[in-house]
Design a protein around this ligand. Structure first.
Ligand code: PLP
Length: 446
């Protein structure tokens, strides 16, 4: 309504006057106002309805304003908004039960945090204390969060400005078949060479110094490049052999995004620690955590765990997690995500790749897909350089927005990451708008 647009305009003015934004030069930044959101849709500052094919920051896995989760937050707020972390709370206990029931193997305990970065910080701290070692292996082309240690562990350009006091963090080359660092031409070769590289890194860094290896099961913002067959099994085998704690970062890939509760379920791999956030409660209230194996739990049975947060296991966030997980179950959202990927998104993107020469690579699973755009399929020259945007990419993004879709874009990639319960017709609409926008990308193909 005109009233909402006026309220939005005032909010925008106040934002520019007083709000300091993440990852931005503050001056030129012109943030989008969101007046309202419902299911897979949002309404921008002009009242235009857009399909949220980004799920915001790939976290609204059940869409916006799910009535059961809104009600659960309201009920919890009426009952008990907050308690200190040392006390028992029923919402937290139930959230821990639901999460550990779904986690693989003997990951039977949860340490709750406020988000993904602090989950990774605590997972690394647990691994260091458990092993008595300090080094941490982490992949290039990864994202682990914005706090000091988590951003040091990160393998993307957001790390550069804070790349000091990164004691003990050592980066390795991940398996990434489309731009193989190992000159691999087949999936099997990529797996074998990437694992050989990882073992060389362990040998050269000294196995007895390495506390942990942290790896996104399916790297998200870095490009949704799923591991080649056998890679994660190899990572599990190497880390076990050398006594290294394997931390799977499932902050983005977890809670149904890939069409399984946890992405590791696709490969039948059980890490020692899994970190989560985002989808656990669709981001309705900030929540993250570490799911902990029994062996690591035992380290802290008689020994104090030196870490905590005022809001660890916050009742509102945990009540939202309980309602989200139950809604995902009751409404079959995990299976739906798998079906959307298998029957609609995957086939549509592969078909587009036949017609659009700007598509260099299509990859993904569930509701977690990336389209990598290039100027030249042979050289694979990206449509925006690593670490940056480009006028070409900006035109594609603008065309999607004016067509009614909010995309997730990073460097030369468009990610197709809708909520897991997006109706088929809306997913098809989003794909049609992407298809049309890609004609713009095609203009730049040499
Ligand atoms: N790990 C991964 C894989 C992520 O995608 C993110 C956020 O995008 C994080 C960690 C950090 O989570 P948060 O922003 O909640 O701290």
């Amino acid at each position: 309504t005109a009233d909402q647009v006026r309220v939005g305009q005032r909010a925008h003015d106040l934002d520019r006057a007083h709000v300091f934004h993440s990852w931005q030069a503050q001056g030129p930044f012109d943030p989008m106002t969101i007046l309202a959101a419902e299911g897979p849709y949002i309404w921008d500052g002009e009242g235009q309805k857009l399909l949220d094919m980004s799920s915001q920051l790939v976290n609204t896995n059940i869409g916006h304003q799910h009535p059961k989760v809104v009600a659960a937050i309201q009920e919890q707020a009426a009952k008990l908004c907050t308690i200190a972390p040392q006390h028992v709370n029923d919402a937290r206990s139930e959230a821990a039960r639901l999460i550990t029931d779904r986690a693989p193997g003997d990951l039977d305990h949860v340490f709750f945090t406020n988000g993904g970065a602090d989950a990774n910080e605590h997972a690394i701290r647990m691994a260091r204390l458990h092993t008595g070692r300090t080094k941490v292996l982490s992949a290039y082309r990864s994202y682990h969060g914005g706090t000091q240690l988590a951003v040091n562990a990160t393998g993307d350009p957001r790390r550069f400005a804070s790349d000091y006091s990164a004691e003990g963090i050592v980066h390795f080359m991940p398996a990434y078949q489309y731009r193989s660092y190992f000159g691999a031409t087949t999936e099997a070769e990529e797996t074998q060479r990437a694992l050989q590289h990882l073992e060389d890194m362990i040998t050269l860094e000294g196995p007895s110094n390495i506390a942990a290896l942290i790896l996104e099961t399916v790297p998200g913002t870095a490009g949704i490049y799923g591991p080649p067959a056998g890679y994660l099994e190899g990572v599990r085998e190497l880390t076990t052999r050398y006594g290294i704690i394997y931390i799977a970062d499932e902050v983005m890939a977890g809670f149904g995004r890939t069409g399984r509760w946890f992405a590791v379920d696709h490969w039948d791999v059980t890490p020692d620690l899994i970190t989560f956030a985002k989808g656990v409660n669709s981001g309705y209230v900030p929540l993250g955590g570490v799911v902990i194996s029994d062996a690591i739990f035992e380290t802290f049975r008689d020994r104090v765990y030196p870490g905590g947060l005022t809001y660890s296991g916050h009742p509102l966030a945990c009540a939202a997690a309980v309602a989200t997980i139950n809604a995902m179950d009751d409404e079959g959202m995990i299976g739906n995500a798998e079906r959307l990927g298998r029957d609609i998104i995957g086939p549509a993107l592969h078909e587009m790749a036949q017609r659009h020469p700007s598509i260099g690579d299509v990859r993904g699973m569930g509701c977690f897909w990336a389209v990598e755009l290039v100027k030249d399929r042979t050289t694979r020259e990206p449509l925006a350089a690593y670490g940056g945007s480009s006028p070409e990419m900006n035109r594609v993004i603008a065309a999607m927005k004016s067509g009614g879709v909010l995309p997730f874009a990073n460097f030369n990639r468009i990610h197709v990451v809708p909520p897991l319960n997006t109706p088929d017709a809306d997913v098809r609409f989003g794909l049609k708008v992407l298809d049309e926008a890609l004609s713009i990308a095609d203009e730049y193909v040499i």
